[in-house]
Design a protein around this ligand. Structure first.
Ligand SMILES: O=C(O)CCC(=O)C(=O)O
Ligand SMILES: [Fe+2]
Length: 271
């Protein structure tokens, strides 16, 4: 695993709110990630996340049009909680250190992992922010996105609005049918050139959860599969948003309680 970050990469991330790391996984590691994730996804039988009876493509109360959203990607969350192989991949402290170094924080917890598989002919992923969906509010929260297939302009690679994380707030738009809704909230970026992030399988990107980002439709007959993980800097507190927290745990939480439950949000790295 190419887990070394040089100063230029950290600087690039801090300036632009994302960074692409080529050849993150070796060929053998990629094969292992692919097999592990595909197996874990298959075992879910479409069930989106542990603790909720929701299937991919069903309304989740966040994205308005379930039928449309279900064709953006198959989204399976917290595979680390239901599959030992994925758990081993996701709890890797080398990745935790990369996330902590980029964010410039002391410790990193998993918020949630998610497999995001664009099927052949999938809808685009409209421009959006991530962090406003989550149950804590931290301008440094971020995600890794690992390409399990080559992600190309044709099959739905990611795009970023560079530097947007420095100006966005926690106002968001869902991943809906209109690509451009987020620009109603942040019109200052209407004329910004997006940066494309095609990646070879095994490469990855990190992006700040407040960087405006999206992805193309899949214009091909093949899959565009990615494994991702969202990270919460250690020390965050509950902001009242349920997001993916299980009912049982939510019942125990009051506003501003620390989110430090290792069974839900494991600390994968601390300095
Ligand atoms: O894979 C995609 O199409 C979108 C990914 C994304 O929005 C994310 O990882 O935050
Ligand atoms: Fe996102």
């Amino acid at each position: 695993m190419n887990c070394h970050l040089d100063e230029n990469q950290v600087e690039y991330y801090r300036t632009n709110g994302f960074v692409v790391i080529d050849d993150f996984l070796s060929a053998e590691e990629l094969e292992h990630w692919r097999e592990t994730v595909i197996y874990a996804v298959a075992r879910r039988n479409g069930r989106k996340m542990p603790g909720k009876n929701l299937k991919t493509g069903e309304a989740d109360g966040i994205n308005e049009d379930a039928a449309y959203y279900g064709k953006v990607f198959d989204q399976l969350l917290n595979l680390w909680q239901t599959d030992e192989g994925v758990k081993e991949l996701m709890l890797d402290d080398r990745i935790g250190k990369m996330a902590a170094d980029l964010a410039g924080v002391e410790g990193i917890r998993i918020w949630h992992d998610q497999a995001l598989f664009k099927r052949p002919w999938a809808n685009p992923t409209s421009w959006h922010l991530d962090t406003p969906f989550w149950s804590f509010s931290d301008r440094k929260a971020l995600s890794i996105w690992v390409a399990l297939d080559d992600a190309t302009l044709e099959n739905g690679c990611l795009f970023f609005i560079p530097g947007s994380c420095h100006e966005t707030t926690f106002e968001n738009k869902g991943i809906g049918k209109n690509m451009d809704s987020i620009f109603e909230v942040y019109p200052q970026f209407l004329r910004t050139n997006a940066v494309k992030a095609p990646m070879k399988a095994g490469s990855c990107s990190f992006h700040n959860g407040l960087t405006i980002h999206g992805a193309n439709a899949n214009m091909t007959s093949g899959f565009r599969r990615a494994m991702t993980c969202a990270y919460m800097p250690d020390g965050n507190t509950f902001n009242g948003t349920a997001n993916i927290l299980p009912e049982e745990y939510l019942k125990t939480l009051s506003l501003e309680d620390p989110l430090n439950n290792d069974a839900q949000n494991p600390l994968i790295y601390h300095r």
